[in-house]
Design a protein. Sequence first.
Length: 167
Amino acid sequence: MKKTLVVYYSWSNGNTKKIAEQLTAALGADLERLEPQTPYSGSYNDVVDQGQREVEEGYLPPLKPLTHNPADYDLIAAGTPTWWYTMAPCMRSFLQSQDWTGRTVVPFMTNGGWPGHVIADMSSLCKAGKVILPLEVQFDSNGGAKQITPQNEVDAWVRAVCQEAGK
């Protein structure tokens, strides 16, 4: 069995958190939520504007210390919402800060209908590892929490990740 950690960033509706928690429960894995040292604040639109600036500038927000050491894990599932066609800056900070050599990475993302190039971007930051079983989960395009991707597709992915982890 592979020692498994699920790492995610989620901000507004908890869509990425929902998928991360489902995978964690099935795997019996450890769970880590990424949090910026300076939390996002203001209205939804304020944060959207800030997020766009951060993505365009390649900003890597400093993260609060993690409670789990990713180097202690064989398989890491990493989940992020889509921010301006790529991963959220917090996830980029995390992925760029790790040595992926010899580890398996399972990237997953949530989106409101515009998946962009999130999985490709995540995979490129983890190329020293083995990137497998990527998942894109669509939620409604109004920024809500209604899942569009059929749950049976998510369930099949969870089963595949469990099999990979030896669970």
